[in-house]
Write a protein that binds this ligand. Structure first.
Ligand code: IYR
Length: 225
């Protein structure tokens, strides 16, 4: 088969309308139970689960199917400790040395966050998501990539969804700047760190800021035309 050939549309399973509605509704209820977690247990999570969730992320649509992402999954205690130290150094600049600015700090105040990020060393897995400026459909390709942030954003969303569906809690953590992730994860300079996802089980002491429970109703986020 040549690259420009097509095959019949496969794998699609049509469902009766009642089942579609039931599935849409139960999936919505499942996803409504995902909350960002900032207090993790150190309980281990098997690598095979993380690997399958990354496989799911890898099925995301992407510009010209170049799949412009790399997922560095980290469970090494030494590396997690290094990432924690580097992230906290950036976060001190953000929270304590004026980089955030008052408006941003005020917007974050209801979350109760600060520069201390112990969960980066405690959670069993960190997944550093990188966006590749160059690549292509095959490993090792060096072509220009397209819609990089859109593609990696979609893949990251699918990864978060897959991890939640697998029974794991997550935090989307974005220390700013986070170039230190290239050095610590051994990634080339033309990959941009996109997101550091913290993955594991919530600690018994974990809480949810009430602020984060307020989700806009459908009529505020959608219009049916
Ligand atoms: N990266 C910081 C600050 C932060 C920024 C936003 I926007 C958030 O929604 C949450 C936190 C931190 O992780 O604390």
């Amino acid at each position: 088969m040549k690259p420009h050939d097509h095959v019949p549309f496969r794998d699609f399973v049509p469902l009766p309308a009642a089942e579609m509605l039931a599935r849409a509704s139960s999936f919505q209820a499942l996803m409504a139970r995902r909350h960002s977690c900032r207090d993790f247990a150190d309980t281990p999570v098997p690598q095979a689960i993380i690997a399958d969730c990354i496989r799911t992320a890898g099925t995301a649509p992407s510009g010209a199917n170049h799949q412009p992402w790399h997922f560095a999954a980290i469970s090494s205690p030494a590396l997690k400790a290094e990432i924690r130290a580097a992230a906290e150094a950036e976060e001190r600049g953000f929270y304590d040395e004026g980089k955030a600015g008052d408006d941003w700090l005020n917007a974050l105040a209801p979350l109760g966050t600060d520069a201390s990020k112990p969960y980066l060393a405690i959670a069993p897995w960190l997944i550093a998501v990188f966006a590749q400026r160059r690549g292509g459909p095959n490993a090792g390709d060096r072509a220009k990539n397209y819609y990089i942030h859109e593609s990696v954003g979609i893949a990251a969303g699918m990864l978060i969804t897959a991890l939640h569906q697998a029974g794991l809690a997550t935090l989307t953590h974005t220390p700013n700047p986070m170039q230190f992730l290239n050095r610590l994860c051994g990634r080339p300079a033309d990959e941009k760190p996109f997101l550091l996802l913290v993955v594991g089980y919530p600690a018994d002491t974990a809480t949810i800021p009430v602020h984060a429970l307020v989700k806009k109703p459908l009529d505020a986020i959608a219009s049916f035309l």
